[in-house]
Design a binder for this molecule. Structure first.
Ligand SMILES: Cc1cc2nc3c(=O)[nH]c(=O)nc-3n(C[C@H](O)[C@H](O)[C@H](O)COP(=O)(O)OP(=O)(O)OC[C@H]3O[C@@H](n4cnc5c(N)ncnc54)[C@H](O)[C@@H]3O)c2cc1C
Length: 470
């Protein structure tokens, strides 16, 4: 068996085990009342998911004098925030969440953990080369359009919907423009010049020209436009995960890592909802006055939840894109070149997906970031094989010198953007979704309830806290 085939089989086996481990199938018939719990955790609030919003909610509730417990199925907190430490140099490289908004809420949060912030350098490192990664050939003569004028027109459209800044608080009937596929909206308002810029920000969204304009406005909103001018923030030590490591340390036993919901009774009699969790130390019963859901509310991710038919029918409508990040070594590509995927035969030269969005150098010599997107989930092994052959095509086409690379780290951020069809938005999907807020002792935050933006999600979560605390 060739070494590459063996490598791919190993990856496939590892991905299978990861998925299998995420499914506590032996508990599918679990009956709360049949089990005599010796390990009972009683808290004011149980937070499900220890990523960006879950960690923020936990720390803020602690500061407000509430007791919490966080249930996180991975072995770390941080979610999409990931940082790699180069074993040779000890340097850290963020390869998930990179930047934050220049807002007081962000500054105060990092200050609380003594983590200094600096202005982020948002430009691509080195020289940028636009390459069609299907062929490995440069897109001859391609220069991205200057977005300035179109951005002004985009911002003018955005100001018509100030309520989008606080969530999916839509007016009804929903304005037709918000329901238009974004590609049609671009044509209608001559926004062609801004599409390339948006495509850099909307990485992970899949084909965002097909998404309802609502989602693009939610993601690329006024806070982003403002910080494009004044600058985003990032951690001075280039280690965004430090926030989560410090939060984990502070929360101590209030975080249950590698833990899964097995069963739940949110309508239990008495003061507490009951949540059964499988932890590495066995089954535990959590009794909590309130629950905060921060995880992607896809049905397959809510195994063990006592979903009502209304909750199930809402969550079942979510579709999702897929997003993958990796750090590659030994690409052979010079350390001063960023490769951006583009195409000569697509609208606005957008890259063809599934495919890599970009291949860019990091601050560690010889270490490259590769970001990969798809409209639908793919097996990790397939994405990895695609990335390796993409690098190889750059060499074969004679565009750049390449060697056979290997992964220092690979991460799937799937499911990523959760969306529903325009018809569902029109028919009041978000009104009903937000109507769940506070029902059955449960509160909802996280990207599906606002957008993929850590800083703004902290703001959104902050607005929920008075309700949770009440
Ligand atoms: C590659 C990448 C780059 C990004 N860059 C930026 C950026 O620069 N700036 C920015 O503001 N935003 C960025 N984002 C978006 C931002 O990370 C997200 O908006 C934010 O993390 C969403 O927070 P969340 O709490 O909803 O989800 P997450 O941060 O993903 O947290 C969800 C948590 O729940 C856990 N979980 C999931 N399912 C379960 C389950 N069933 N049981 C228990 N736990 C579960 C997950 O493991 C995770 O820890 C980026 C995202 C990605 C993927």
């Amino acid at each position: 068996m060739g070494i590459i085939v063996r490598y791919l089989l190993m990856i496939a086996a590892a991905s299978f085990l990861a998925v299998a481990a995420a499914l506590p199938s032996q508990y599918s018939d679990f009956k709360l009342e049949d089990y005599n719990f010796t390990d009972v955790i009683t808290r004011d609030v149980c937070i499900v998911g220890g990523g960006s919003t879950g960690t923020y909610a936990a720390i803020r509730l602690l500061d407000l004098g509430k007791s919490v417990v966080v249930v996180e199925h991975k072995d770390r907190m941080g979610g999409h925030t990931q940082t790699y430490t180069d074993p040779q140099t000890g340097r850290t490289v963020d390869f998930g969440v990179l930047e934050f908004h220049n807002l007081d809420i962000v500054k105060n949060y990092f200050k609380r953990f003594n983590i200094p912030l600096v202005l982020a350098n948002s430009s691509s490192p080195g020289v940028t080369s636009y390459v069609d990664l299907r062929t490995g050939k440069e897109v001859a003569g391609y220069v991205p359009p200057d977005p300035t004028e179109a951005l002004v027109r985009y911002a003018a459209q955005l100001t018509k919907y100030p309520y989008l800044g606080t969530g999916f608080n839509l007016t009804y009937p929903v304005p037709e423009d918000l329901l238009l596929p974004f590609g049609d909206f671009v044509t209608k308002y001559s926004l062609q010049g801004v599409v390339q810029l948006l495509s850099r920000y909307a990485q992970g969204f899949g084909d965002f020209l097909k998404h309802s304009t609502l989602y693009v406005f939610k993601y690329f909103g006024s806070a982003v436009i403002r910080d494009l001018q004044i600058g985003f923030l990032t951690t001075a030590r280039q280690d965004n995960s430090e926030l989560y490591e410090k939060a984990t340390a502070e929360l101590g036993q209030d975080v249950l890592l590698k833990s899964y919901i097995v069963a739940m009774d949110r309508d239990a009699a008495g003061a507490y909802a009951k949540v059964v969790v499988k932890t590495p130390d066995g089954l535990k019963l959590i009794q909590a006055r309130k629950i905060i859901l921060t995880i992607p509310p896809k049905l397959h991710n809510l195994v063990g939840w006592d979903l009502s038919s209304n909750e199930s029918s809402l969550f079942a409508q979510f579709r999702n894109s897929a997003y993958y990040t990796s750090l590659l070594r030994h690409t052979g590509i010079p350390d001063n070149i960023t490769v951006l995927n583009a195409a000569s035969d697509t609208p606005y030269n957008l890259p063809v997906l599934p495919g890599a969005y970009e291949i860019s150098p990091t601050t560690v010599p010889g270490l490259y970031t590769v970001l990969f997107g798809s409209d639908h989930p793919l097996p990790d092994a397939q994405v990895q094989a695609d990335i390796i052959s993409t690098i190889s095509r750059l060499g074969t086409a004679g565009t750049l010198p390449t060697t056979i690379p290997y992964f220092a780290v690979f991460s799937s951020h799937t499911p990523y953007e959760l969306t529903v069809p325009a018809e569902a938005i029109k028919n009041g999907f978000y009104k009903e979704l937000y109507g769940l807020q506070g029902q059955r002792r449960t509160y909802y935050t996280g990207a599906a309830f606002y957008t993929h933006d850590s800083s703004l999600l902290w703001q959104f979560t902050e607005t929920l806290l008075p309700l949770v605390v009440a």
